[in-house]
Design a protein around this ligand. Structure first.
Ligand SMILES: O=P(O)(O)OC[C@H]1O[C@H](OP(=O)(O)OP(=O)(O)O)[C@H](O)[C@@H]1O
Ligand SMILES: Nc1ncnc2[nH]cnc12
Length: 177
């Protein structure tokens, strides 16, 4: 388990993209070789023995975390994409964001009842994206093992929101209070 100081590589942008939101910019963490490796390794190590067969990440920032975690776990990666991006038959799920609403889709044949799935993203705010992703996975019949995020905005209570519908573990590296 690493003791990496992730906090120094997250930049706070007040009132972006709208007044009242403190945007957490993770691009300095992604650009830091040690920081990126520590984040991916710490999430992967935590779930290494959980038998994960698929990692699902939501467009766009979930791809940046999800694909390398999947690679380290020896699992496949499934992108949950914004509408109109996937070319074959999809399951769809609408959801509310900290700022606005959106919809995510996965290919119907991207996973199934034999899969054990880890949901990952860079950040969890309201939990809306995570819950929508979990509902997409349920539509495929796959089993959700847990959720993992680099950063959790604890003041928006995303854990409580996820726990209303999903009792699975939520593992995060940085708690923002
Ligand atoms: O917990 P929530 O309130 O749902 O918010 C978290 C989501 O918001 C951000 O993505 P965003 O939808 O802004 O899209 P992006 O990854 O394309 O920037 C972030 O990457 C998470 O996916
Ligand atoms: N405050 C925030 N900072 C960065 N990304 C976000 N996605 C949702 N809320 C966010």
């Amino acid at each position: 388990m690493s003791n990496f100081e992730f906090e120094n590589l997250i930049v706070n942008i007040p009132d972006y993209p709208e007044p009242g939101v403190i945007f957490k910019d993770i691009t300095p963490l992604l650009a830091d070789p040690q920081g990126l490796a520590a984040a991916i390794d710490q999430i992967s190590d935590h779930f290494m023995k959980a038998g994960i067969t698929k990692v699902v990440g939501a467009e766009a920032r979930g791809f940046l975390v999800g694909a390398p975690v999947a690679y380290r776990l020896g699992a496949g990666f499934v992108p949950a994409r914004k509408p109109g991006k996937l070319p074959r038959e999809v399951y769809s799920q609408e959801y509310a964001l900290e700022y606005g609403t959106d919809e995510l889709q996965v290919h119907k044949d991207s996973m199934g009842p034999d899969d054990k799935v880890l949901i990952v993203d860079d950040l969890v705010a309201t939990g809306g994206t995570a819950v929508a992703t979990a509902k997409l996975i349920e539509q495929t019949g796959a089993k959700i093992v847990g959720f993992s995020f680099i950063l959790e905005l604890c003041y928006l209570n995303p854990r409580e929101e996820i726990a209303k519908e999903y009792p699975q573990e939520v593992y995060t590296l940085i708690d923002v209070h």
